[in-house]
Write a protein that binds this ligand. Structure first.
Ligand code: RTP
Ligand code: MG
Length: 156
């Protein structure tokens, strides 16, 4: 049957260490924006884990700083499900640079919770292929069944 170009997609989202103490506010925003949180865990990345995750940036000058930041405390790793979920989550995140986000997308997560282009609150996969790869890094759990939504919809 017709889907009119809209398809449910899973994406990988991560709250970076410095906003983990604001996770209540951020999770509320995520749910209010129509995402289902289908997986979630708090985890301290090792340096090796962070380097694997950010392999695409291995020659960037900011990589050592990024690894230091991302391993400075636990992160919240999530699988989110929504119509056009990959692009929808990138849109709610806003531009990479939080200062730019405050100009161009004032309601976005990076505008509201980020500091600058390095400390930018949260991560989102940039494609379905990236989402599959990143989800597998944090949730290498092929034995766990996939599902569409939690049993009840939380309202904060
Ligand atoms: P993300 O992967 O975290 O969702 O963000 P993104 O696609 O918008 O940005 P990307 O280019 O993939 O960069 C990954 C992360 O590296 C840090 N970064 N620092 N100092 C800098 O110039 C710089 N540029 C990027 C950010 O934490 C960014 O999210
Ligand atoms: Mg990226």
């Amino acid at each position: 049957h017709l889907h009119l170009g809209i398809v449910k997609q899973r994406t990988f989202a991560m709250l970076k260490p410095d906003i983990v103490d604001k996770m209540g506010q951020v999770l509320k925003l995520i749910i209010q924006n129509g995402f289902k949180i289908t997986k979630l865990k708090m985890v301290q990345m090792t340096k090796e884990h962070a380097l694997e995750f950010y392999a695409e940036h291995k020659s960037k000058p900011f990589l050592p700083f990024l690894i230091e930041y991302m391993t400075s405390g636990p992160v919240i790793a999530m699988e989110l499900l929504a119509d056009n979920g990959v692009a929808k989550w990138r849109e709610l995140l806003g531009p990479t640079d939080s200062e730019q986000a405050r100009k161009d997308a004032p309601g976005s997560i990076r505008a509201r919770f980020g500091i600058d282009k390095s400390f930018n609150a949260a991560h989102g996969s940039d494609s379905c292929t990236a989402a599959e790869r990143e989800l597998y890094i944090f949730f290498p759990t092929s034995r766990i069944a996939q599902y569409e939504s939690p049993r009840s919809t939380a309202t904060f």
